[in-house]
Design a protein around this ligand. Structure first.
Ligand SMILES: NC(=O)c1ccc[n+]([C@@H]2O[C@H](COP(=O)([O-])OP(=O)(O)OC[C@H]3O[C@@H](n4cnc5c(N)ncnc54)[C@H](OP(=O)(O)O)[C@@H]3O)[C@@H](O)[C@H]2O)c1
Length: 232
């Protein structure tokens, strides 16, 4: 089975939050220089995945913003934009979201028959609806992305629910975590990682690949499958 290389990407506050409370205005964690770095990562992948929760909360367009980077993709024989992918278990997806109306082909991973039917009814021809079974969901989703859609590199841009699942299932090859100099301090705010049985348990240490200061934020790159219980 050829699955894509899975890269998780997110920005968090010092106290580990992805955002403020659900329903509040979106919290900007990163800075302009780091948004540009994220743009370059987007330009380097075959597909970008976000959970339906992030579409509902933020209504993002998920584009490669740099014209030069898009031109570079075309020169390399790639589509101008990466494939834009979301996952849903309900199919409750609004056709009004910006995601469907800006660059890139769109793919919905609809988990279970009901979600597939509802997503088709809601979206019509705005996106391809790909049914995914309710068991071994993520393993199947990655197999399908690799084999049916030819995705070699997948960037996952949140939110916390899907980051947590992919890490718990040890399906993430790389974690790019940006720490922003903010303290959210709200117990009911949106967390990056929820409770889970992570690979190796609480004492397992992920391999640190890189640290990089980007203005007032810090990028940490980890290899989450490469764990050790020894102090490095
Ligand atoms: N700081 C950052 O870098 C960053 C990045 C992204 C998002 N965020 C924040 O994260 C928050 C959203 O995160 P979230 O955790 O609520 O949502 P999420 O992870 O984006 O999406 C969760 C949704 O995805 C679908 N889903 C996930 N796993 C599934 C599975 N195994 N099977 C079927 N469907 C599945 C479900 O959709 P249905 O409900 O349709 O079934 C679920 O409700 C927002 O506040 C956003 O601002 C922050």
């Amino acid at each position: 089975m050829s699955r894509p290389y899975v890269l998780l990407s997110a920005a968090v506050s010092i106290d580990g939050y992805l955002d403020t409370r659900p329903g509040e205005e979106r919290l900007i964690l990163s800075n302009a220089e780091d948004f540009d770095r994220v743009d370059s990562v987007r330009a380097s992948v075959d597909a970008i995945l976000v959970g339906a929760g992030t579409l509902r909360a933020d209504n993002p367009r998920l584009l490669v913003n740099s014209e030069q980077r898009r031109a570079g993709r075309i020169a390399d024989g790639l589509p101008e934009y990466p494939l834009k992918v979301t996952i849903t278990g309900t199919g409750d997806l609004s056709p009004d979201w910006k995601f469907w109306h800006h660059g890139g082909e769109k793919l919905v991973l609809a988990v279970g028959n009901e979600a597939s039917e509802k997503a088709r009814a809601n979206l019509g021809d705005l996106a391809t609806i790909q049914g995914i079974p309710t068991d071994a969901t993520w393993q199947t989703a990655l197999d399908v992305l690799g084999q049916v859609y030819g995705i070699g590199r997948l960037m996952v841009e949140g939110g916390g629910t899907i980051h947590t699942q992919l890490l718990e299932l040890a399906l993430a090859d790389e974690l790019q975590l940006v720490i922003a100099p903010l303290l959210v301090g709200q117990s009911d705010a949106v967390r990056m990682f929820g409770p889970a049985n992570y690979l190796g348990g609480p004492s397992a240490r992920l391999q640190l690949l890189e640290t990089r200061q980007i203005g007032d934020v810090v990028l940490l790159r980890y290899a989450p499958k490469d764990i050790s219980t020894e102090n490095r």
